[in-house]
Design a protein around this ligand. Structure first.
Ligand code: DX5
Ligand code: ZN
Length: 222
C-alpha cells in the first residue's frame, strides 16, 4: 500500500506560512483545517488563506471542512484552490451531504467524507461511491495536539473492509494525534494517508519526521 503523509498546516506558524510550507515539501498532501466556530468550537483556515498559499506549492491541498452545512461553501473552497475537499457526515442531512459532494465533483475536484469518533463506520456507506477519500477522526475535531484515540482502530479496519468491497481505490485517512508511533498503529489498522500536525511541526527537522513516518508506515503496510 502506498502510504502518504499529510502535514496539517493548522500546527504551523501562521505568521510565516511561506516558510512553513517549504518545510513540508517532501509530503504528498498538505492538510488544511477549516472550522466555523459552530460545527467545532474553534476557527480554522479561511478560503482567502487557501487562495494565498495555492501558488506556493504544487502539492495536493487536502481541505478538511469542519463546518455546518458545508454545501453552502464547498464551491468557495474549490475555487480557492483545494484539490480534495472532505465534509463531515454529521454536518447536515444525508441529502445535503450528497449535494455537497456533487458540487465538489462538478468542480472537477476530489470529494470525501469524514466521521467523528462517535460516528459508526457504516455512516460512510450512502456516500462511498462519490468518495476519493474517507477520513476517520482519531480525536474530537477542533483542536491540534490532542491525544490519539487508539480505540478508533477497529473502525478504521471496518472502513477499510467497506472500501475494499465498495470502492477499492478510495483512500483512507486518519487525523488527530498521529506521530511516529501511532502512525504505525493506523497503517496496521488499514489507513494509508496520515495527517500529522504537532508531530511534524514540533519535530526538530519536519522534513525528516515526514520521511521517517512514511518509511515506518510503508514497513507496517507490508
Ligand atoms: C483537528 C484537526 C487536525 C489537527 C491535527 O480538528 O482536524 O487536522 O490539525 O493536529 P495533531 O496532529 O496535532 O493532532
Ligand atoms: Zn483535519
Amino acid at each position: 500500500m502506498n502510504i502518504k503523509i499529510a502535514p496539517s498546516l493548522f500546527a504551523a506558524n501562521h505568521a510565516d506560512l511561506t516558510g512553513e510550507i517549504k518545510k513540508i515539501d517532501g509530503a504528498e498532501y498538505i492538510h488544511v483545517d477549516v472550522m466555523d466556530g459552530h460545527f467545532v468550537p474553534n476557527f480554522g483556515i479561511a478560503p482567502h488563506i487557501i487562495k494565498a498559499i495555492r501558488p506556493l506549492t504544487q502539492q495536493v491541498l487536502d481541505v478538511h471542512l469542519m463546518i455546518t452545512e458545508p454545501v453552502r461553501y464547498v464551491d468557495v473552497f474549490c475555487d480557492a484552490g483545494a484539490d480534495i475537499v472532505t465534509v463531515h457526515v454529521e454536518a447536515d442531512t444525508q441529502e445535503n451531504i450528497h449535494a455537497a459532494l456533487d458540487k465538489i465533483l462538478a468542480k472537477g475536484k476530489k470529494a470525501g467524507v469524514v466521521v467523528k469518533p462517535n460516528t459508526p463506520a457504516e455512516a460512510i456507506l450512502p456516500f462511498v461511491d462519490k468518495c476519493s477519500m474517507v477520513l476517520v477522526m482519531t480525536v474530537e475535531p477542533g483542536f491540534g495536539g490532542q491525544k490519539f484515540m487508539e480505540h478508533m482502530m477497529p473502525k478504521v479496519t471496518a472502513i477499510r473492509a467497506l472500501l475494499d468491497k465498495h470502492n477499492p481505490t478510495c483512500e483512507l485517512e486518519v487525523d488527530g494525534g498521529v506521530d511516529l508511533n501511532t502512525a504505525v498503529t493506523c497503517v496496521k489498522a488499514g489507513a494509508n494517508v496520515l495527517v500529522a500536525g504537532s508531530s511534524v511541526y514540533k519535530a526538530e527537522v519536519p522534513a525528516e519526521c515526514i520521511q521517517q513516518m512514511r518509511k515506518l508506515g510503508q514497513e507496517a503496510a507490508k
